[in-house]
Design a protein around this ligand. Sequence first.
Ligand code: GUN
Ligand code: FE
Length: 417
Amino acid sequence: MTTILRGNLIHAPALGQLECLPGGYLILEDGVIAALCSRLPEQYQNSPVIDYGDALILQSFADCHLHAPQYPMVGTGMDVTLLDWLQKYAFPTESRFVDGAYARQVYHALARELVDNGTTRVIMFSSLHTDATLILMDELEQAGLWGYVGKVNMDRNGTPQLQETTEESQRETLRWLDACGQFHHIKPILTPRFTPSCTDALMAWLGRTAAERGLYIQSHLSENDREIAWVRELHPDCQRYWESYAKYGLWADHTVMAHCVHSDAQERLAMREANVLCVHCPDSNINVRSGLAPVRTMLNEGNWVALGSDIAGGDHLHMMDVITAAVRTSKLRSLLIDGSEPLTAADGYYLGTTAGHRYFGAGAGFAVGDALHAIVVDDSGIDTMGNMNFTDRLERALYRAKSEQIVAVWAGGKQIK
Ligand code: GUN
Ligand code: FE
């Protein structure tokens, strides 16, 4: 079936590069992009067009790191740094997801808010609870979202309410994986919480399971100074944090590592060599005072970097806010640390869209052959100057648009808002 969307198309085929088609057409065949054009080709003259008028048609967002069971505590618990924050706030909040009815209610609301804000792909942590994780996957799938979700593995350094034995962790992971076949666009990803949360035996088992079943892996890396020192104590044979994952086969193509605030040149090289995705989470890095990540350096060196809200270390679920936070944080880094070139709004838009969608095998920008992931932004309510060019309108939308301005959302070729 042919569907045609018309509006002001703005997409990011490469870092720092925007392509605009004012009054352009997106031609979809069964939800897949068949063509982008400035004028409607002859053969489509009689096809119905969904005309979005003067609105912007943008790429939707990919949130590549967030913790679903921390959603209830968003915007609270900002007074301590990472390791204390985990014990004082994050672990007690996650422990409530032993209750399936509670999980259903929270995850339904989370899925709705993601859609409302134009996030259509996610790479997400659940909690250690198998049943709540399946409820989360079900809610995301029903909302029309696409993504990877991980039941968290943690068999040490948790709390009495939030920790598994090694044997439980393995058994529950297998039970969870067996139940994941029911989902079509939400897939499992193995999720050792971070090195201090997992015994060597569990890490080794997860590495073997990933290899045997062809599963991707997500975790945290070099987020905070105390955390890094702790990993050094736990793994004195490892020169750097990343080696504590590599040692057990958890450092592989498409491994996702959140933060990488303090990753040095060697660790960044190891990411490039393995095709590891680094997820930058600017709000979280400031809220729990982890630091200012060297994003420009990583990009210059050729690292693969995308963005995450890191709810609830991060306080903004709306990826437009995460994008502008990344721009702002890069300026702080430049001012206070290394004079590096700050990110532009176009850079941020690329990191929040194309760089993350690539994890799912998508091409760059609105690529022919990809199922459509797009949002429609009606910026008339925030357009007070008139006569703005399209790159200015994109930048202002990123800084000023709220979910109300996102009047339509397309995911996997289907309209979900
Ligand atoms: N490291 C281990 N667990 C977490 C978490 O829940 N949030 C963040 N930001 N870092 C972590
Ligand atoms: Fe995190």
